[in-house]
Design a protein around this ligand. Structure first.
Ligand code: HPA
Length: 268
C-alpha cells in the first residue's frame, strides 16, 4: 500500500512539474465552487490518476486541482470519496496520504452536516473543534510506520492555533462562526430522530458522513488540520433533510466559507 501511495505521488509530482503544494484543501458537498477561485496551474481528473478511486456522488466533480490561492501553492480535491459509496477506508483516505507525500503542511477540510446543537441554524458555519468517530477506523490493519505511529494521539486533532486564528480572521471579516464536535457516521441514511438525539447525548453538535477518516490519517502523519462544516439541515427538527437541500445550503454558505479559507491560507 505504501508503495502505491508513493507511486501515485510520484506520478502526480511529475505531471504537475514538481508543483510542491503547501496546503491541501478537501472541498465538500456543494462547496466545489470554491475551486473556481484558485488560479489553476494543473488539473487532473481522478480517473486519470493511477491508484485513485473515482467519485460517484452528484455534486462532486472528481478532480485534483493544483494552483495559486492568496499567493500560496495549494492542491484542492474537488470531490472526495465516501465510505457509503462502497470504497474501503484505505481508498477513502488514499488522496490525503498522497497530498502529504506531495509536500502539504496543512490540511483544510470542509463538509456539509446536520446540526444537532439547538443553537445552530441552517447556513451556519461550524468550526470543527473535535470529532467522534462512528465509522470503521482507517488505521485498522498493519501500521504504515513510515507514515506515523501505531497508536496516534488524537488530542488537538483540529489544530488549536488554526482555530484561534480562524476566530480572529472571521471577526475581522464579519463572519459568524459556530464551534462544535462533528460526529461521523457511515451514512448513507440520514439519522433517525432517535439517532440525532443519541448524537447530541454523546456530545455531538453536528452529524455527517465524511471527514473523520481523512482527519485520522492526516493526524497519523502529523499533519495539522483545520475543518469547517456547513450546517445544511437541523437534525432535531421534525422535517426531513434531503440531498438537494444539503447541496443548496452548502452552495449558499460557500461564499462565507471561501472567504474564511482564503484568509486562513493568506495567513499560513
Ligand atoms: N446527517 C448526516 N450527514 C449529513 C446531514 C445529516 O443530517 N446533513 C448533511 N450531511
Amino acid at each position: 500500500m505504501l508503495e502505491e501511495i508513493k507511486r501515485t505521488a510520484a506520478f502526480i509530482d511529475e505531471r504537475t512539474q514538481h508543483f510542491g503544494p503547501e496546503a491541501g484543501i478537501i472541498l465538500g458537498t456543494g462547496l466545489g465552487d470554491f475551486a473556481e477561485q484558485i488560479e489553476v496551474c494543473h488539473a487532473l481528473d481522478y480517473k486519470d490518476i493511477p491508484g485513485f478511486p473515482v467519485s460517484t456522488v452528484e455534486g462532486h466533480r472528481g478532480r485534483l486541482i493544483f494552483g495559486m490561492l492568496e499567493g500560496r501553492r495549494v492542491v484542492a480535491m474537488q470531490g472526495r470519496f465516501h465510505y457509503y459509496e462502497g470504497y474501503t477506508m484505505a481508498q477513502v483516505t488514499f488522496p490525503v496520504r498522497v497530498m502529504k507525500l506531495l509536500g502539504i503542511r496543512t490540511l483544510f477540510v470542509s463538509n456539509a452536516s446536520g446540526g444537532i446543537n439547538p443553537t445552530f441554524r441552517v447556513g451556519d458555519l461550524m468550526v470543527i473543534t473535535d470529532h467522534i468517530n462512528l465509522m470503521p477506523n482507517p488505521l485498522v490493519g498493519p501500521n504504515l510506520a513510515e507514515l506515523g505511529p501505531r497508536f496516534p494521539d488524537m488530542h488537538g486533532c483540529y489544530d488549536p492555533q488554526l482555530i484561534a486564528r480562524a476566530t480572529e480572521l472571521a471577526e475581522q471579516a464579519g463572519i459568524k462562526l459556530q464551534y462544535g464536535v462533528y460526529v461521523g457516521g457511515t451514512g448513507p441514511t440520514f439519522e433517525t430522530q432517535a439517532e440525532y438525539r443519541y448524537f447530541k447525548a454523546i456530545g455531538g453538535d453536528a452529524a455527517g458522513m465524511s471527514t473523520v477518516p481523512e482527519v485520522i490519517v492526516a493526524r497519523h502523519m502529523g499533519l495539522p488540520v483545520f475543518g469547517v462544516s456547513v450546517i445544511t439541515n437541523c437534525g432535531l427538527s421534525p422535517e426531513a433533510g434531503d440531498h438537494e437541500d444539503v447541496q443548496r445550503q452548502g452552495r449558499r454558505a460557500g461564499t462565507r466559507m471561501a472567504a474564511l479559507f482564503r484568509a486562513m491560507i493568506r495567513n499560513l
